[in-house]
Design a protein around this ligand. Structure first.
Ligand code: FES
Length: 509
């Protein structure tokens, strides 16, 4: 049998066969009670909750809504966020570790209740979540994690079997977790919010915030949204103030495939403990069972060719599930904070009306939902039990200091390395749909030859803080190894912290 090929272009499974409403771009200055930047799970959940409370809410997104990290997720609704609870108890104590767990459980309950009340057709199903290992050095870590689960009274079991058709050395099961189709769910929330006082604008990029008598979000086209509160739910906050978020988080990319296996899937959601990561679940698309296999995370803009990561997942999928078709491949970017706990709350101590939510690692379905609720509570002036745990202005010396040094030493290394790399590749040798870095008039230039053999050239110096971007062959983007900004092949910003496009280069050579 011929092995199934990887699709030529990335496309997440969730957007296929789904009709999403479209919205106009903002073309005038307007007023609202709350301005939300970012149409993913955090922004839409907050908009939904606030619109229900008669708040006049405006939500904008730089592209189409639900096309950022939320549209590229594995969509597991679980409090099992990898091996985390033993570490949280050690760093924060039992009480805060317990709050972290309760926050994820509350998010799961909110989603489940909303699905039931609104009768949302999003394939919500209860599943057990497993962390498994085939590496002896992780068996002990899973035992410690199980002890942490017991202290937190989490319904769980340690076993040496999983329902899938391959052996494991150990596995930790968290019972009663869930999965769904994230975009069907969020589409329903969005549609519901529109019946109240929610307005949505797409292709509207927020670039800054101005504080005068009122606070205004400034858009790239020069329009303003004047409001009492701003929620920056744009994955990387579009407004940093003096929060130094770029120095307090690191970005990682990971990869996913979805396809058809001849075997019926046994149910459950899985992730291994060791590297490289393998994440497994199934999903129904148009009535057909698809297997989702993800993993291969690495720091953005660093390491081997991105297509190699897809190929490694393809090999795993064929070996363990005999895939007969791979219909989708896509990738995602995740941000991790210094202590692995998301930043949710006022962007800085001095700006209580500018709120943000970021750094969800890979667990955005629960963290994004709790963020939407917590930020809405802040605006509604309601107490929220998780506000202190997630506040972005917290500082916990252990592990923050060590991680801060590690992240920023890595940035410094890549900043210097990129400048020293000597490249003089010949553009004439470039294949169709490939890219290289060369020097033109002494300047480092990234060159991409598209499928029609047109050449696109950009200055490879990142507009955020000057690191040199690297080509991402899987997504056809230029990615920055320092803080994870990403640019399309024409140089336009896909993901911050950069706000300005890479300079386009025109050459007669
Ligand atoms: Fe900071 Fe590129 S993202 S230098």
């Amino acid at each position: 049998m011929v092995n199934p090929q990887l699709p030529q272009f990335p496309e997440p499974i969730w957007r296929d066969h789904l009709s999403l409403p479209s919205f106009p771009a903002l073309n005038e200055s307007i007023k609202a009670d709350v301005g939300i930047v970012g149409g993913g799970i955090t922004g839409i959940t907050a908009a939904y909750v606030l619109a229900k409370q008669n708040f006049n809410v405006v939500l904008i997104d730089a592209g189409p809504v639900l096309n950022g990290t939320t549209g590229h997720t594995t969509a597991k609704i679980t409090a099992q966020h990898g091996i985390i609870y033993d570490e949280l108890i050690n760093h924060f104590g039992l009480e805060k570790a317990s709050l972290y767990y309760e926050a994820a459980e509350e998010a799961k309950k909110f989603i489940e209740d909303t699905v039931r009340e609104k009768k949302i057709k999003c394939d919500f199903s209860k599943e057990d979540a497993y962390i498994y290992t085939n590496d002896y050095s992780y068996v002990n870590k899973l035992e410690k994690e199980k002890a942490a689960y017991d202290k937190l009274k989490i319904d769980s079991k340690l076993t040496d079997k999983i329902p899938l058709n391959f052996p494991v050395k150990s596995s930790l099961v968290m019972h009663n977790q869930a999965q769904f189709h994230p975009l069907e769910y969020l589409k329903a929330l969005l549609t519901d919010g529109l019946k109240d006082q929610l307005r949505v604008f797409e292709n509207t990029t927020a670039t800054d915030i101005e504080h005068n008598k009122h606070t205004s979000i400034i858009t790239k086209d020069g329009h303003r949204i004047t409001c009492n509160y701003v929620i920056a739910a744009s994955h990387f906050p579009f407004y940093d103030s003096q929060g130094f978020y770029f120095a307090r988080m690191y970005p990682e990319r990971s990869y996913l495939l979805a396809g058809k296996s001849p075997e019926k899937f046994a149910g459950g959601m899985y992730i291994n403990a060791e590297s490289p990561t393998r994440s497994i679940r199934s999903a129904k698309i148009e009535g057909e069972e698809m297997l989702l296999i993800g993993g291969e995370n690495h720091k953005t803009g660093q390491g081997k060719s991105t297509m190699d990561h897809y190929e490694a997942l393809q090999t795993f999928a064929l070996e363990h599930f005999q895939m007969e078709r791979i219909a989708y491949r896509w990738s995602a970017q995740d941000l991790t904070t210094l202590d692995k706990v998301p930043y949710i709350g006022p962007i800085t101590k001095g700006e209580p009306t500018i709120l943000t939510a970021t750094g969800f690692r890979k667990w955005g379905m629960t963290s994004g939902t709790i963020a939407g609720k917590l930020l809405a509570d802040h605006i509604l002036e309601k107490d929220n039990a998780y506000a202190d745990l997630f506040t972005p202005s917290r500082f916990q010396a252990d592990p923050a200091v060590k991680k801060f040094m590690e992240i920023n030493a890595d940035v410094a290394k890549h900043m210097i390395k990129g400048k020293l790399e000597f490249t003089q590749n010949n553009v004439a040798d470039l294949a169709t749909d490939d890219a290289t870095v060369t020097r033109i008039d002494g300047k480092r230039v990234g060159v991409y030859k598209d499928k029609e053999d047109s050449i696109h050239m950009v200055d490879t110096t990142c507009t955020h803080m000057g690191c040199e971007v690297k080509w991402n062959s899987g997504d056809r983007t230029w990615d920055c190894p320092c803080h994870g900004s990403r640019f399309d092949y024409t140089g336009e910003v896909i993901e911050g912290p950069a706000k300005k496009a890479l300079s386009k280069i025109h050459s007669n050579k």
